[in-house]
Design a binder for this molecule. Structure first.
Ligand SMILES: [Mg+2]
Length: 380
């Protein structure tokens, strides 16, 4: 493996003189709690389909030369919250034929490797958010950060403005955030402590199945590039704290630069990676992941096969600038399902809806591993 990059409503109760009234109040409070618990349970059941059984996994892995419609029916039954394009099956077959030694993975971080909502419905903080809304920074700075977000976030989700105008606005957003962070200023210690606080208090949490998925990639010796328009320091420290910063993992994201006194003074790259300009061209020339891509080329200059994971329309472009043989793309559509599904289906080979888990990517890895085992046993 090439270079390692470490790089209640508020509950007020009045004490009553009559014991019966007290009991009634207690029962009421209990019922409120029970209803709340049941409501959460309903939400989990609606958004958390039953796990794929071992029998289903074996059935899916065994299918190769059957009509796509039949394959789609079986996969849709096993993954009821996933929408499949016919392209998914042809690409999966190509990747299986070449094997895991020709595969690399490129994944977005915020709301892809991390979750979107926790089971209480709380939104997961982003890699910038853990810093800009850190309880360890002054309220005045947090207000300024919230003001910036309120101005630019609507533009990111506005699909009526032109690509060129959105690009300008996103660059302006990222630069404004960076200028405010330098002016505050953030220090190395503050950054480290804010990230640690967010991870330890579960304000930033991984998607269900992400830990297993990343461990499986490492076990199968499949390189992972985490390409994020977020903050490098957050991505790296979070993975390290979770024991998931494997030697096969590289991070490409906006990085804070610190002076000798520990104060943040700069950001690289100079032209920030934002939600609308993700591209493989932002991966440094000396990157170990680039070397892996060359070494895993399917044939001559054809490039490697890529498993791409993202949660936005911009993420689909993470392989732009990379000569790749087959790119199997999986999108996580966390919210606004009805409105955004057609657009996602027009770009991704499969779309995991409702903040789903990592079962589908894991199924793909499992199939590649069992194919590899079978090939090994055949050759011995
Ligand atoms: Mg994202």
């Amino acid at each position: 493996m090439a270079a390692v990059i470490r790089s209640s409503a508020s509950a007020t109760s009045t004490i009553m003189n009559r014991a019966g009234t007290m009991v009634t109040a207690a029962v009421a409070v209990g019922l409120i709690g029970l209803c709340s618990h049941l409501a959460r349970g309903r939400r989990r059941r609606r958004h958390r389909p039953p796990p794929v059984t071992l029998a289903q996994r074996r059935e899916l892995a065994a299918i190769t030369a059957v009509p796509v419609t039949q394959q789609m029916a079986r996969w849709s039954k096993s993954f009821p919250n996933v929408k499949f394009n016919p392209s998914f099956f042809a690409k999966l077959e190509a990747i299986r034929q070449n094997g895991r030694s020709k595969l690399v993975t490129i994944a977005d971080f915020d709301w892809t490797l991390t979750g979107f909502h926790n089971e209480k419905g709380v939104l997961c903080k982003t890699s910038y958010g853990v810093l800009t809304s850190s309880p360890l920074v002054d309220e005045k700075y947090r207000d300024r950060a919230a003001e910036i977000k309120a101005k630019y976030f609507p533009y990111e989700r506005d699909y009526t403005i032109t690509t060129e105008r959105k690009h300008e606005l996103m660059v302006e957003w990222w630069n404004t955030v960076h200028e405010a962070m330098v002016a505050y200023p953030f220090t190395k210690t503050l950054v480290h402590d804010s990230i640690r606080h967010a991870v330890e208090t579960n304000c930033l949490f991984l998607r269900e199945g992400t830990s297993t998925f990343l461990a499986s990639l490492e076990r199968a010796n499949i390189p992972l590039l985490v390409m994020s328009a977020g903050m490098h320091q957050t991505v790296e420290q979070t993975l390290r704290m979770k024991g998931l910063l494997h030697p096969t993992t590289e991070v490409c994201a906006n990085t804070m630069g610190f002076a000798d006194d520990g104060k943040c003074v700069s950001f690289t790259p100079v032209h920030p990676v934002h939600s609308g300009n993700k591209s493989f061209t932002s991966v440094p020339a000396q990157s170990g992941f680039r070397a892996e891509c060359r070494a895993r080329s399917v044939k001559d200059e054809a490039g490697p096969n890529v498993l791409l994971l993202g949660d936005s329309m911009g993420d689909i472009h993470m392989t732009r600038g990379l000569a790749a043989s087959t790119v199997l793309s999986i999108g996580f559509l966390n919210d606004d399902i009805e409105k955004r599904l057609p657009e996602f289906m027009g770009s991704y080979d499969a779309v995991i809806c409702h903040d789903g888990n990592m079962d589908l990517p894991l199924q793909i890895l499992e199939m590649l591993s069992s194919d590899s085992s079978a090939a090994t046993s055949r050759s011995t």
